[in-house]
Ligand binder design. Structure first.
Ligand code: NDP
Length: 292
């Protein structure tokens, strides 16, 4: 079996499953999954993310609409937009691209989204349901991570999983997921105040790095034969590329490669899985599979 967990390959399987199920849904129920994107401001990275997600929707046969609003939009203007999509029957999922401009209360915006259309899984109702083990929208990156483990047939039961990072979008939800009976991991979550981090991470059978610091995890952080999941997306200067930068993960891939058992590359690992799970969540929303 390959040592590299190829997120591109796994995500393309998921995308084709979504495409086929979408065709059936359209034929049998006359329902087209609909996703609304809201993006405020000109942040180039956010624009690229939304463009890529929109393209993935087109390829899946979804209906999608992007509302790109100026960065100086008022909070009430943004709330009005969300209310419009909340009551639009063609829209099954709403995604507000984060981060939002500083004058807008991100929490207020997320809470305004109908939790039944919260395909990002960030609404407190979905976050709460995730942590108590109820059916809910699972945030796309954690969902993508566990789906990779599942599809690679990694027997997670009883494994010690260590997560570096405690954000609401990655660290905490992936911890909740791995605690669920279908994974049954023993989970430890580390953060910037964890003393002697290496002593914790080097006991991990599964190490998930969601830190936001390029090449942070070196070979002395990891256990021999462990599964390494690199969530990080960091832009680092690279004069040899046309753009002048390259994307690297939070794990020093070359340094860890021969010591670990399996590893996700960056790019081509967790990133494409995140988009695939967004499609999955939107399709499930359209089917009424999560909430009727
Ligand atoms: P956040 O900045 O919200 O969280 C980073 C976490 O890392 C925090 O909990 C922080 O600890 C911890 N941390 C920072 N420095 C250290 C350190 N020296 N030792 C131990 N822990 C540390 O980031 P996100 O969770 O939003 O994202 C993490 C990375 O994943 C980023 O590179 C981001 O771009 C990427 N990402 C990738 C996605 C994908 O689709 N592939 C999706 C989402 C994110 P503390 O809480 O104490 O500050």
């Amino acid at each position: 079996m390959s040592k590299i967990i190829d997120g591109k390959e796994i995500s393309s399987h998921i995308k084709s499953e979504v495409r086929s199920e979408t065709e059936i849904l359209k034929k049998e129920k006359n329902v087209t999954p609909g996703l609304a994107f809201i993006i405020a401001g000109e942040d180039p990275a956010s624009r690229v993310y939304v463009k890529n997600k929109g393209k993935a929707c087109d390829e899946a046969g979804f209906y999608s609409v992007t509302e790109a609003v100026p960065g100086d939009i008022t909070e009430s203007g943004l709330l009005d937009l969300i209310r419009r999509f909340n009551s639009d029957e063609k829209i099954h999922g709403i995604l507000v691209q984060l981060p939002l401009p500083a004058h807008i209360d991100q929490k207020k915006i997320i809470e305004a989204i109908d939790y039944k259309k919260d395909v990002d899984g960030f609404h407190p109702v979905n976050a709460g349901k995730l942590s108590i083990g109820d059916k809910c929208f699972i945030p796309c990156t954690p969902f993508g991570i566990t789906e990779m483990l599942r599809r690679k047939n990694i027997k997670t039961e009883g494994m010690r999983a260590v997560i570096i990072g405690r954000s609401n979008i990655v660290g905490k939800p992936v911890a909740s997921l791995l605690l669920r009976p279908e994974f049954n991991c023993t989970v430890t979550v580390c953060h910037s105040r964890t003393p002697d981090l290496k002593s914790v991470t080097s006991e991990a059978d599964i190490l998930i790095a969601a830190i936001g610091r390029a090449d942070f995890v070196k070979r002395d952080f990891i256990k021999e034969g462990s599964v390494i999941i690199d969530v990080g997306i960091n832009r680092t200067e690279d004069k040899e590329t046309k753009s002048g930068y390259k994307i690297t993960g939070d794990v020093d891939y070359k340094d860890c490669f021969d010591k670990c058992g399996m590893i996700t590359p960056v790019p081509g690992g967790v990133g494409p899985m995140t988009i695939a799970m967004l499609l999955r969540n939107t399709l499930d929303a359209a089917k009424g599979k999560i909430y009727d």
